[in-house]
Write a protein that binds this ligand. Sequence first.
Ligand code: HEC
Length: 203
Amino acid sequence: MQDELKLLGGAMVTLALATSALVVVPHVQLRNTEPPAALKPYTAQQLRGRQVYIENGCVYCHSQQPRDKSQAPDDQRGWGRASVAADYYYDTPHLLGTMRTGPDLFNIGARQPSADWHLGHMYQPRAYVPGSIMPSYPYLFDVKDAAEPGDRVVNLPPGFKPAGKVVVAKPEVLDLVAYLQGLDHTYPVLPAPKAKGGQHVAK
Ligand code: HEC
């Protein structure tokens, strides 16, 4: 019986330590985080586009967390400054991502503002980036004989247009592109104070 009690006690202590380190301490540190003045809440369309991003698994290949210079040359790659907690104020669930099969997209709206480019790239990434391994998303488009009033026709580079047809963007992809265009966290943030013990905090 003695041993069982020790085992149980040990397990409870370990669990309590892990919970405080992973849940309680971060909550106390971040609970007063305010949104940066320059960060706009998502529009209804952008929120729908965010859902399309989730449903299509974009997060499995794209991160949204540029890192500090000391960790990776993300700044030189043009992906922007290291992100801070406040940048994610409106994000539920967050889409930090862990894989970088493709570039980080946290500032894609600033880097690539063109809706035409995004639409064409979603229809066929290789039309813009030869040899790209990004999947194409043809089911987000309709291929029609002729455009109807109100259709958003996609302007594709020569050679990528289906012969004699037009490619029309579905509402889902228009929402997705609005979301991507809104991903712009290039506003400056004040450097966070140094954490106790000289631990490094994002610049
Ligand atoms: C299998 C991995 C993979 C998936 C899934 C994927 N991508 Fe990509 N993506 C890439 C790669 C690789 C590149 C770089 C080559 C290129 O631009 O096509 C890229 C490039 C991009 C770019 C251009 C980035 C830049 O800096 O120019 C955007 C925007 C983008 N992807 C959006 C998306 C969206 C939105 C989705 C989900 C609908 C998605 N990707 C799904 C791999 C992926």
